[in-house]
Design a protein around this ligand. Structure first.
Ligand SMILES: Cc1cc2nc3c(=O)[nH]c(=O)nc-3n(C[C@H](O)[C@H](O)[C@H](O)COP(=O)(O)OP(=O)(O)OC[C@H]3O[C@@H](n4cnc5c(N)ncnc54)[C@H](O)[C@@H]3O)c2cc1C
Length: 429
């Protein structure tokens, strides 16, 4: 197929560095047509506003990078399979490159694309790029995935990693194809945005990663649970959209002093991905059913939790951080989730759905995997574990500064634009 156009269908790999699908297309030697298809049904779904804004910013940044390499990012809106096949017809491409996805939706799209490509005799190679170790690459004997983290980590850390791909020097695109406009966020989603959210894109993500490794990685192991100090990387949204490559991040971090506990957290991400790949119903059903467990239908309790007015300051602060930033510290996620499912007995699905609505990094595998972990229906080897919330607050926010910052932040958000979001309603503590 040398010299024929190749389409690179971007999905959760919105970057030019360490992007094997793009690198292979450029190496093939012919014109390359980078494509992203905006699925309006997903972007306009209630609750996806923060992620839609991040996505639009990431697309603008990717287009800018590709244009800087002499290329273009073609943007289309609609069904990913139909739009890809339309571009195949228009360019005469003989191959479509994708980074393999493992969510149920990514797999459905891939399966349909495979059928469509087969009909047109177009190749559809799938490349790595969304995880360090792809789901299924390692399995314990007699099972199709690891159910417990520690043995997975022991195995994961011994595996050779894929070599990091450089960004291409040049991307030559086919002539005469209209690029398509980057949509305005408001045209896709009318929901209010978190005012203090991170901005999307590979440029911002790489800058944040470099700075994090240079300035903070060495203290991660000792301080990552400190709620106030911002000692975690905050790279999760960039990893979720593939603005930075997790493979490259591990390669960059691994040689630094104190990297092990950070790399271990990145391994958790792969762990949940391989769980979801093996158990696609993770968002709907208990991974490990707990016979006899009862859940309450306490709608008022769920609403108070969502709005950050439970009356438990450490929980309310976490929930306001989520609304203000579209992100929450991992320790706070554990605390607020534990409060909802353990203290109020509200089903994990209600809490996880609210996280999906607001988190920039909301990810099928990590979100539902962690919610089920906290609820005792997931991969925790101690499913009856219960957090003592007062003790959590004492240990991880001893000065009470985290609580003050985010409860005060709530008032600032109100002052800025009180109509912004009913989620910011005054608390009744
Ligand atoms: C109830 C609950 C829901 C969660 N939902 C999500 C989610 O939707 N998306 C998501 O990316 N993470 C989720 N997490 C995991 C974790 O809280 C976030 O990954 C982390 O807070 C992101 O901040 P950071 O980038 O500063 O993390 P760091 O501490 O800097 O860690 C680096 C990276 O490791 C990965 N990571 C760290 N901890 C975990 C973990 N427990 N599970 C999976 N990956 C991890 C993330 O990609 C993270 O960016 C959830 C945790 C809980 C308890």
């Amino acid at each position: 197929m040398n010299g024929d156009p190749v389409i690179v269908l971007f999905r959760d790999d919105l970057r030019v560095h360490d992007n094997p699908a793009l690198a292979a297309a450029v190496r093939a030697g012919g014109p390359v047509a980078p494509l992203f298809v905006i699925d309006e049904r997903l972007c306009s779904a209630p609750g996806s506003a923060n992620r839609t804004a991040f996505l639009v910013e990431a697309l603008a940044d990717l287009r800018h990078s590709l244009q800087g390499l002499g290329g273009q990012l073609y943007l289309r809106t609609g069904d990913p399979v139909e739009e890809t096949m339309r571009l195949v017809a228009r360019t005469g491409a003989r191959a479509v490159h994708v980074a393999e996805g493992f969510t149920p939706r990514a797999r459905r799209v891939q399966d349909r694309l495979e059928r469509a490509c087969r009909l047109e005799r177009v190749e559809l190679p799938a490349f790595p790029g969304t995880s360090v170790v792809p789901p299924g690459a390692v399995v314990p004997s007699g099972a199709d995935h690891y159910r417990v983290f520690t043995p997975y980590w022991r195995r994961w850390r011994t595996l050779p990693h894929r070599a990091v791909e450089r960004a291409p020097r040049q991307v030559r695109t086919p002539i005469g194809i209209p690029p398509g406009a980057i949509p305005a966020v408001e045209s896709l989603s009318t929901r209010p945005l978190s005012p203090d959210r991170a901005r999307g894109g590979e440029t911002a993500g790489r800058r944040a990663a470099e700075r994090w490794i240079r300035e903070s990685l060495t203290s991660y192991s000792d301080r990552h649970d400190d709620l106030l100090g911002d000692h975690t990387s905050r790279l999760s949204p960039y990893l979720h959209f593939g603005c930075i490559s997790v493979n490259e991040l591990v390669a960059q971090a691994a040689h630094e002093p104190g990297a092990e506990s950070f790399v271990r957290q990145l391994c958790w991400r792969d762990f949940h991905h391989q769980v979801l790949a093996a158990f696609p119903a993770l968002a709907e059903r208990d991974y490990r059913p707990r016979p006899g467990a009862t859940w309450s239908e306490d709608e008022p309790a769920l609403r108070a939790w969502k709005e950050g007015r439970t009356g438990v300051p450490i929980v309310d602060a976490g929930m306001h951080q989520l609304l203000a930033e579209g992100w929450m510290h991992n320790r706070a996620r554990l605390i607020v989730a534990s409060y909802l499912v353990r203290e109020r007995r509200v089903h994990w699905r209600g809490g996880a759905a609210h996280f999906m609505d607001w988190l920039l990094d909301a990810d099928m595998a990590s979100n539902y995997g962690n919610w089920q972990w906290v609820a005792g229906t997931g991969n925790d080897t101690r499913p009856n574990r219960r957090l003592n919330l007062a003790r959590q607050a004492q240990r991880f926010d001893p000065s009470g500064e985290y609580v003050r910052r985010y409860l005060a932040g709530r008032d600032r958000a109100l002052a800025r634009d009180p109509r912004d979001d009913p989620g910011f309603a005054p608390t009744e503590r």
